[in-house]
Design a protein around this ligand. Structure first.
Ligand SMILES: *Cc1c(COP(=O)(O)O)cnc(C)c1O
Length: 468
């Protein structure tokens, strides 16, 4: 059939708009939105005709076109941000929202959202309170710091610490700690933004105390340590411990700050995980200010936590940037509820999802893989081969970059000569009502089961799989 004839088989906008099925949607979506959806659907049909020289089946009748328009307006209402199954093997996946939140945090956030709350209201004094108060008291109790405050994230924490303590002055930092965290967050750039002058000392692999000592001048405002979260310098390497640096700083009457990145409030080694520096150790070592993230190993919401000497925290609270970087009530509610879990540390492996997922033994994931292999194979059909295999999970978010946790995965590969491809498979899994996010490696799609706690939900979800 020639193209012109195909185009004339499509209805006009007005005819399609008056279709019964769409008239019924008018009240809900309004005429403008519905007309736009009709126009877009017809345009898509014309494009398909142009490209494939055929009328697509969904455009073959007014009924099926009206159904396509209905799907389009429904899609417009659907949340773009939606829950997924994170089977990527990275527990704290920045692109997937990092730490999953504890149930008590979820409840606290919901309550704070729905009703008026004591965000900046002191019930005892019946007057104005400070929004960081509750979290600050918990952080003091948990870390032994004199004071604490909270900002939007750890990047903000570093920026406001530098701006408050050392704007217009020199900040001494080891060349081995000239970190780029990702995106535009690079130490030298943050320094410039904060109005500080960076003084690099030492070499990439080795920095000594005397390097810091020799670099101190009348212009020095701060000695800074940055935890090398997302890389490791191995071999002939050395750096200066916080305690030593704090002693030098004290002799010279200078402050010392450390950006810990993740910062674990509990000893991870006691849970069979690799050791990560703890904020309370830094306070004990005499560091003036310590910053760390709320949504990395802490297992809470996105936030930047700063703990340390009262004198400095008070100055940070008064800095104009604090208002710009402060947290909202939802974040503060989630953070307070998360920190409260740390008051009962023995229960953390159950109550804190991040720790629960990180400490799941390999045998648990293996047993899960054995249960899920057959249902997944059945859903995928004969074009794909589903095996289960050992794999290694990562902690993620730049925490403990070298360490890997033994885990177990469903590993899917295209069956020989049947035409399945890994790209189509990954796409079909992403198109599920609850998208499944895996990892492509070595010619297979790996579904690491470490973060899968809801097996029934996973199997139900597969029921909607369009054969890839
Ligand atoms: C992750 C990290 C940051 C940034 O923290 P966010 O909470 O993501 O803003 C800064 N410094 C270090 C060392 C980090 O590891």
């Amino acid at each position: 059939m020639d193209l012109k004839n195909l185009y004339t088989r499509l209805p006009s906008v007005d005819r399609l708009l008056s279709h019964d099925r769409l008239s019924r949607l008018l009240g809900r979506h309004g005429n403008a939105a519905l007309a736009e959806a009709v126009r877009q659907t017809l345009e898509q049909a014309r494009r398909t005709i142009r490209e494939q020289h055929a009328l697509p089946p969904w455009a073959a009748s007014d009924d099926s076109l009206a159904a396509a328009v209905g799907d389009r307006v429904a899609e417009r209402q659907r949340m773009r941000m939606r829950p997924v199954f994170n089977l990527s093997g990275t527990v704290l996946h920045t692109n997937l929202g990092r730490a999953p939140m504890a149930e008590t945090a979820v409840d606290a956030v919901t309550a704070a959202m729905r009703e008026a709350a004591t965000l900046e209201f002191d019930l005892q004094g019946a007057g104005r309170g400070h929004r960081d108060q509750a979290v600050s008291e918990l952080l003091r109790e948990l870390t032994g710091a004199e004071a604490a405050c909270v900002v939007n994230n750890n990047a903000a924490a570093v920026l406001i610490m530098l701006s408050t303590v050392a704007a217009g002055r020199e900040v001494i930092l080891s060349r081995g700690e000239m970190v780029e965290i990702g995106g535009a967050f690079r130490m030298p750039d943050v320094m410039r933004q904060a109005g500080c002058r960076l003084v690099e000392v030492g070499a990439t692999n080795r920095t000594h105390l005397k390097d810091y000592r020799n670099a101190i001048t009348a212009e020095t405002g701060l000695l800074l340590k940055v935890h090398t979260s997302n890389y490791a310098i191995q071999g002939f390497a050395s750096s200066v411990a916080e305690a030593e640096l704090a002693e030098l700083a004290r002799e010279r009457g200078l402050p010392v700050a450390t950006d810990l990145g993740s910062g674990a409030l509990i000893d991870l080694a006691a849970h069979g995980l690799p050791h990560e520096p703890m904020p309370q150790q830094m306070i004990a070592a005499g560091v003036d200010l310590v910053s760390f993230s709320g949504d990395k190993l802490l297992g809470g919401p996105q936030a930047g936590l700063i703990i340390g000497k009262r004198e400095w925290i008070d100055k940070i609270q008064q800095h104009p940037l604090k208002r710009a970087l402060r947290c909202d009530k939802m974040t503060l509610a989630a953070l307070e509820a998360t920190l409260r879990l740390y008051l009962e540390p023995d229960r953390l492996p159950e109550t804190l999802p991040t720790l629960r997922l990180l400490t799941r033994p390999q045998t648990t994931m293996r047993a899960s893989a054995e249960r899920l292999r057959a249902p997944l194979a059945a859903a995928l059909g004969t074009d794909y081969l589903v095996e289960d295999a050992a794999c290694l999970s990562q902690i993620g978010s730049g925490s403990l970059p070298v360490d890997r946790l033994p885990s177990w995965a469903l590993a899917v590969s295209p069956a020989d000569g049947r035409g399945g491809t890994l790209e189509r498979l990954a796409e079909a899994l992403r198109a599920l009502p609850r998208p499944v996010i895996g990892r492509l490696a070595d010619g297979r799609l790996w579904l690491d089961l470490r973060c899968l706690e809801d097996e029934t939900g996973f199997i139900d979800n597969l029921g909607s799989l369009a054969r890839p």
